[in-house]
Design a protein around this ligand. Structure first.
Ligand code: UDP
Length: 410
């Protein structure tokens, strides 16, 4: 069984508990819907979650909504607005969104209406619920983004849709919203055995660095991210430049596109312009399945950076910590759950702050190593798929056994 492979990492007791919980959900039909198979944290999670649920005897499946460019341009506006940007959508764009939701619902309706549990990830597929009037199961809106201070007009448009769900799930308490259904907190997690996170031979790491002309004898700073303004790649370049005045560092900015993210190209060209052909800034455009390469880059780095300005969770932070790297991250969203200042890394607000801690860490190798060890254990305790699966199973069981209804009834 797939789950058995995790014994070495999580311990046998954890796996027994998962099997015990899953007994109550044997044969349950569970559908997850998001907007891309590759690129970004949600796809990363669903790619291991579905096979493991199936392994536990749950009839889980993963569906992806389809849309054209205007649809994803509009849903990116939702994404940016929920994370606080004051941008609005035109009535025509909203109509196109509504029509695309309807056509996706026509395709998915039989599956969704029959399911015992439906998890709809983020705003893109959120309207499916409106077109499934004969739904038999419980529906959850799983919001992965930092919705702590949404731009009000867009939230006002989305809120009545969200209200239709039986519950919503957020990554941290600060993101919860005033809606009249139960809200649950489930933090994301990584798969420690995936290509992205498994141990790698030192030789493979060396070859990966060599293939990108990175010099292992000089410090390497890495940020892996979609080219998105909230990930602040320009701020990372600014921090690198401040450090570069004193130390011969190299910077890796690696990211590929996600099919539901239409802004990537514009941001990438801003990044290229800012890098101005500096041979020590390595802008890598990686294919969607470059998991092992990303793994090697993270492992070959001295410090992992995630200088986001907004962040739902930041799986790249988890990935860096798991690889024993200190992480310098923006003091926002889910990064704050993971970067514990002076223990697993440092939280920063500015390029100057990032540069300060980069220099400090590069000057203190034993500290880097000690932080790296702590970071790995911190992830083992809190952010591995076993905890995540347990919380999903518990949530479904709570609804199946009517416990949540009783709680709501007071
Ligand atoms: N990722 C990837 N290729 C890329 C950029 C990112 O595989 O070119 C992965 C990255 O390793 C992580 C996920 O996509 O697993 C990004 O998740 P995160 O929560 O950090 O950010 P999101 O993109 O969901 O905002």
């Amino acid at each position: 069984m797939k789950l058995d492979a995790y014994k070495k990492v999580t311990g046998i007791v954890t796996l027994r508990m998962l099997r015990q919980l899953a007994k109550h959900l044997k044969g349950a039909k569970v559908v997850h819907v998001n907007s891309t198979r590759q690129g970004g944290g949600v796809a990363e999670i669903l790619s291991w979650l579905i096979p493991l649920k199936r392994d536990l005897g749950i009839d889980a499946s993963w569906e992806v909504i389809e849309g054209d460019e205007p649809f994803f341009a509009l849903t990116k506006i939702f994404h940016n607005a929920l994370q606080g940007n004051p941008i609005d959508a035109s009535p025509a764009a909203l109509r196109a969104y509504e029509e695309t939701s309807e056509s996706n619902a026509a395709r998915l309706r039989p599956l969704l209406e029959e399911a015992d549990f439906v998890f709809i990830h983020d705003p893109q597929p959120a309207r499916l619920i409106l077109h499934c009037p004969n739904r038999k199961g419980r529906w959850f809106w799983r919001c992965h983004i930092d919705a702590s201070r949404p731009h009000r007009p867009i939230w006002k448009y989305l809120a009545p849709v969200v209200q239709r769900y039986d519950a919503s799930v957020f990554s941290m308490v600060q993101f919860a919203q005033p809606v009249n259904h139960p809200q649950f907190l489930i933090a994301p997690s990584i798969d420690p055995l995936s290509e992205k996170n498994c141990d790698l031979p030192q030789e493979e790491i060396g070859l990966a660095l060599e293939s990108f002309s990175l010099d292992p004898a000089r410090p390497i700073l890495t940020q892996i991210s979609r080219f998105d303004r909230f990930k602040d790649p320009l701020g990372v370049i600014a921090a690198y430049r401040l450090v570069k005045q004193f130390m011969p560092v190299q910077l890796v900015l690696a990211g590929g596109g996600a099919s539901d993210d239409p802004e990537g190209e514009a941001v990438l060209s801003e990044v290229r312009q800012s890098a101005a052909n500096d041979p020590d800034i390595h802008i890598l455009l990686l294919p969607g399945d470059a998991h092992r390469t990303i793994n090697a880059l993270q492992r070959g780095s001295d410090i992992v950076i995630q200088k986001s300005l907004k962040e739902g969770f930041g799986l790249t932070v988890t990935e860096g910590l798991w690889k024993g790297k200190p992480v310098i991250g923006g003091d926002v969203g889910g990064i704050k759950l993971q970067v514990i200042p002076h223990h697993t890394g440092y939280l920063v607000h500015t390029p100057e702050g990032a540069a300060h801690w980069i220099r400090y860490l590069l000057q203190h190798r034993p500290l880097r190593e000690a932080m790296g060890r702590k970071g790995r254990e911190f992830v083992r305790e809190n952010f591995l798929l076993s905890r995540h699966l347990r919380e999903y199973l518990t949530l479904m069981m709570g609804f199946k056994l009517g416990m949540t209804d009783r709680l709501m009834a007071g």
